[in-house]
Design a protein around this ligand. Structure first.
Ligand code: NAP
Length: 409
């Protein structure tokens, strides 16, 4: 990086976040100078209709990639790192799919690759995992890392409206994109969890290693019945260190009241980190937004100019495990006749599964059994539920959602 004159920023993409960054660079110029001792100027901008990448690269001290996508963005980010230029990006899919080669290129060139805005919006979780707690042994990193789905689930729970109606409302309010697929099916959260797990456990984790489930099939009555059991529903990303490896996944999950993530509603994100040395830390904040995301990019820019290099994880190979344990909410539409509860209870107890709580609701064609089953191996649970699904007394297929049972105080 040049040592005199303004620090020159090559900006790739000037949309929602890139535009927000340009505004912040103007509005906060004095604060940036006082934090870094340097002026900052945008020396080149690339959009689909403007700018030449090679020229922008040659004239820049730092490349800020805010284009999105994994093809052109990957080529440009790799070229910048190979040219010895530090890179800041907000692109979660790029890091989740090509993290290994990007980290290697950054390390080889001895330059910084920063990406605070790629995970959990404004919540500075990357800095906390990589730097603040860079030397602790994390046991678990989990949270709400997608604001769109959190808005939809909170609205469904409070209004009783259907998934489709609330999704349309989220699109009107700008909380969901015109094509919301990657948000609602869990892929966006899975990309973020791949990045977080890699940093927290110092082991390679790619997007393909993270099984994900979305919220598209959540029914309003699941939320209504769960309320009676004191539960609220979140789409959680969970990365956990277990005996013999790690597990990383994304799924809808019920939480009991008192859980630190339970009150996080609307388009907010929140992440919890746990380690013996720090017990537990929870952070929350807006999950997206042009200015908010740009503020996280600006924080990275200040770190790059100040020369604070993040600790790059020493790599080790931890296996990614698949069959883990969980508690479950189970929703059964049953025939309104005597003995149904006993039949279901027998299948559960024959499998060694125990029930924490049960609610019997409705009559006739509306009769249901809703219960929470204590922690058990997931495969045992799904096999047992398949057996329950074969009982004549069931009116439709069983529905189930994971539950975190711990009740925090
Ligand atoms: N929006 C958020 O709240 C948010 C939050 C967290 C992270 N992010 C991440 O931030 C990044 C940018 O998001 P955004 O919402 O700002 O996107 P956006 O509004 O769609 O802007 C993208 C910008 O990149 C340019 N661009 C796209 N493809 C290009 C290509 N092949 N060549 C040259 N220019 C290209 C576009 O050019 P034109 O102007 O010509 O279209 C536009 O200026 C993404 O990686 C996203 O995942 C966004």
């Amino acid at each position: 990086m040049s040592t005199d004159g303004p620090v020159k920023i090559g900006l790739l993409g000037r949309g929602t976040v890139g535009g927000g960054l340009v505004e912040l660079l103007g509005d906060r110029a004095e604060a940036i100078r006082s934090a870094t001792g340097r002026e900052v100027e945008v020396s080149g901008v690339l959009t689909t209709s403007q700018g030449d990448f090679e020229q922008i690269l040659a004239g820049a001290d730092v490349i800020v990639e805010l284009m999105g996508g994994t093809t052109t963005a990957r080529e440009h980010v790799m070229a910048a790192l190979k040219a010895g230029k530090p890179v800041i990006t907000a692109n979660k899919q790029l890091l989740a799919q090509h993290g290994a080669e990007l980290f290697d290129a950054a390390e080889e060139a001895g330059v910084q690759l920063r990406f605070e805005a790629a995970v959990a919006g404004v919540v500075p979780i990357i800095r906390v995992v990589q730097e603040s707690f860079g030397a602790v042994e994390f046991t678990k990193v989990f949270g709400i890392v997608n604001g769109t789905t959190n808005f939809i689930l909170s609205e469904m729970a409070s209004s009783g409206a259907s998934y489709e109606d609330v999704l349309a409302q989220a699109q009107e309010l700008g909380y969901a994109e015109a094509d919301p697929t990657d948000d609602v099916n869990g892929a966006d959260a899975a990309a973020k969890m791949a990045i977080l797990a890699r940093l927290a456990f110092h082991t390679p984790v790619d997007f393909d290693d993270v099984p994900f489930e979305g919220i598209e099939s959540v029914q309003p009555d699941d939320l209504a019945y769960a309320k009676e059991l004191g539960l609220s529903l979140k789409l959680l990303g969970v990365a956990e260190r277990l005996e013999g490896g790690i597990t990383v996944s994304v799924y809808p999950c019920f939480l009991y009241p008192g859980h630190p993530l339970s009150p996080i509603n609307g388009p907010f994100n929140a992440v919890m980190v746990q380690a013996p040395e720090i017990t537990e830390v929870t952070m929350s904040g807006p999950g997206a937004g042009g200015t908010e995301t740009a503020a996280a990019v600006l924080g990275d820019l200040i770190s790059v100019i100040s020369g604070d290099a993040p600790i790059h994880a020493a790599e080790r190979e931890l296996p990614v495990l698949s069959d883990v344990e969980s508690s479950f909410y189970l929703h059964l539409e049953v025939a309104d006749e005597p003995g149904v509860l006993a039949q279901v209870a027998k299948v559960l107890s024959d499998a060694g599964l125990s029930v924490k709580s049960v609610v019997q609701k409705g009559m006739g064609d509306d009769a249901r059994l809703v219960m929470v089953v204590h922690r058990c191996p997931e495969k045992l649970f799904t096999d047992t539920v398949a057996e329950i699904g074969r009982l004549d007394s069931l009116r439709s297929g069983p529905r189930f959602i994971r539950v975190i049972e711990e009740e925090f105080v």
